[in-house]
Design a protein around this ligand. Structure first.
Ligand SMILES: [Fe+2]
Ligand SMILES: [Fe+2]
Length: 284
């Protein structure tokens, strides 16, 4: 970690050293990534509503933790959005959020249904662990590679939060009263969630964040195109140690040993898939 700091839980936007912002260190790739991530993070309350329905009947502490988790995710979006507005004064965070919320409305968020789309509460929490593993490694990669000091700090703070979120959902899993799932099934749930990163959410976020309202008619949304653009941006940050840690965290959530042949193989497969994806996306 470049900053050498350990960021504790409970930080606010006032703790960020905004005065250290250095416009000369902003690059288009990190800017595009921060803008897209700001929308996804800020949209957390819709997911929290759904998760509370799925976990109904859980201990009251679980719901208190979910409320705190929501506050932190929204703050991630606000911090990234504020940084993006500093880096690009033409970017309007609130307007981009409004467009994203209109464009992206998954059925399970809006239906009011209390059934998990993963088939069980355990499956839902495992996918949550996978997402927190993914965000933790993603922001760690941004922290390690970007040169702009404020984005580096924000990414470091968010990465630390995401790791704590992962542990929070691991604990939720450990306290779950629903019947345990076999390891193969948990691995399958994790695998399908990782592949789901190709769904409309990230492509829409990239579009709404990086194409202004004024340019919408000139540059219409094209799912395949913006998914490729998102992938090209996101996959360019990862280095092998980030992927190794990601796979170890996912393996732990699935009950597989973190140092087993399975996780070594998983690291190799995911690393080559990301390289291939980056290569394919580079042709956009
Ligand atoms: Fe987050
Ligand atoms: Fe998180």
């Amino acid at each position: 970690m470049k900053t050498g700091l350990v960021f504790k839980r409970g930080w606010t936007l006032d703790d960020v050293q905004w005065s250290k912002f250095d416009a000369s260190k902003v690059t288009p790739t990190f800017l595009a990534a921060a803008k897209a991530a700001s929308l996804v993070e800020y949209n957390a309350p819709d997911y929290v509503d759904y998760l509370k329905r799925v976990l109904r009947g859980a201990q009251p502490e679980v719901f208190e933790l979910l409320d705190q988790w929501q506050v932190e995710e929204v703050q991630h979006g606000a911090a990234l959005g504020r940084w993006a507005e500093m880096a690009d004064p033409t970017f309007n965070f609130e307007d981009a959020v409004a467009r994203f919320r209109t464009a992206y409305k998954p059925q399970h968020f809006a239906s009011g249904d209390a059934t998990s789309i993963r088939g069980s509460r355990r499956g839902e929490v495992i996918t949550r662990c996978v997402v927190e593993c993914g965000t933790s490694s993603y922001y760690s990669a941004i922290r390690d590679l970007c040169e702009e000091p404020v984005l580096q700090e924000i990414a470091g703070r968010i990465a630390a939060d995401e790791f704590r979120h992962y542990r929070l959902f691991l604990e939720t899993l450990a306290n779950e009263t629903e019947a345990e799932l076999p390891v193969w099934k948990k691995l399958w749930i994790a695998f399908t969630r990782i592949n789901e990163a190709d769904d409309d959410e990230l492509a829409y976020a990239y579009y709404c964040a990086n194409v202004s309202r004024a340019d919408e008619a000139k540059i219409p949304y094209d799912r395949a195109k913006f998914a490729r653009l998102y992938n090209r941006t996101a996959t360019s940050f990862y280095r092998r140690p980030h992927i190794k840690k990601l796979v170890q965290m996912v393996a732990k959530a699935c009950g597989a040993r973190a140092q087993s042949w399975l996780t070594r193989a998983g690291t190799a497969v995911l690393w080559s898939a990301l390289r291939r994806r980056a290569g394919n996306a580079a042709g956009v």
